[in-house]
Design a protein around this ligand. Structure first.
Ligand code: NAP
Length: 267
């Protein structure tokens, strides 16, 4: 029987992960099944236990369960998951569950390898203070930017994140007045509501790169960034790169992400 994997979330019907992992499996000749499982909001742990009992080998975890996934296996998490405090990849082996986080490496690989973005020495703005921002902040700090500022609608959350992970500063959007950034990363869900964080055109430095983790749509943030002269990218590359890292963790084989990103863009 093929090894079984799944993405567990709520809602999960929109998830592209089954398609992406099926492509990886086809490309690397790995025999596996990958399903979507919608866990009840109060039933994450029970859902994971049922999937393990049914022979599951591993799972991706998405909204809103990444923090619960960390607690589920907090005695056995990888260093990079411990650094960010949230888990998006579960590995089930010999009766034990291990937790990992591949979002940070997924974003960094998309930015630095696929898009040729230099983070070392850059002025970086990270917008948002939810799970996505938390999942990428530690690797962003480690990439050595000259300045890394976290901004969020609820300013206190950005301040707390910046303090916890050693960013240069954290606060509300009004605190950014007079600052310019080379790399602007939107880790908010504003784009899903057709809204943008309140930035001014003058906050995009000449030659800036603007990245929205929301994927598959031209969000108001990307429209604003393009009008300000920035190069713009959505989060499809991050989505595929974090999936590829999970696949590597589970299978020991690294898939080629470029054709999968291209195919997703064309769908
Ligand atoms: P979350 O935990 O719900 O956090 C949402 C964040 O967005 C909060 O910081 C919230 O600010 C902010 N926000 C929401 N509406 C806003 C608005 N209208 N204006 C300004 N800020 C707003 O969600 P998450 O897990 O961090 O995910 C955020 C987004 O990243 C999602 O849309 C998700 O699809 C995307 N994502 C993509 C990938 C990928 O692989 N491409 C991976 C992970 C996440 P407050 O704190 O003030 O509420």
């Amino acid at each position: 029987m093929a090894d079984r994997y799944a993405v567990i979330g709520h809602p999960v019907a929109h998830s592209k992960s089954p398609w992406i992992h099926a492509e990886f499996a086809r490309q690397t000749h790995q025999g596996l099944d990958y399903a979507r499982i919608e866990a009840p909001l109060d039933g994450f742990e029970r859902t994971v236990e049922e999937f393990r009992a049914a022979g599951g080998s591993g799972a991706n975890v998405t909204l809103p369960f990444k923090a619960q996934a960390f607690l589920y296996c907090k005695d056995a998490v990888t260093d990079r998951a411990r650094a960010v405090g949230v888990v998006n990849t579960l590995i089930f082996e010999k009766g034990a569950a291990r937790g990992d986080n591949t979002d940070g490496v997924g974003l960094l690989r998309d930015l630095t390898v696929n898009l040729g973005c230099k983070l070392a020495g850059a002025r970086v703005l990270l917008m948002g203070a939810g799970g996505a921002a938390q999942g990428v902040l530690a690797p962003l700090v480690a990439a050595g930017p000259r300045r890394l500022v976290v901004a969020n609608r609820t300013a206190d959350k950005a301040r707390a994140l910046a303090r916890r992970y050693g960013a240069s500063a954290g606060g509300g959007y009004e605190d950014l007045r007079g600052e310019q950034f080379d790399v602007l990363l939107n880790a908010t869900s504003a784009g899903l509501a057709d809204e943008a964080p309140p930035l001014a055109a003058g906050q995009f430095a000449s030659g800036a790169l603007a990245y929205d983790m929301v994927y598959g749509r031209d969000t108001p943030f990307l429209v604003l960034a393009r009008a300000a002269g920035a190069a713009t990218h959505d989060g499809i590359g991050m989505l595929v790169e974090q999936a590829a890292e999970s696949f590597f963790v589970w299978r020991g084989v690294r898939p080629d992400t470029a054709p999968v990103v291209a195919a997703l863009r064309g769908r």
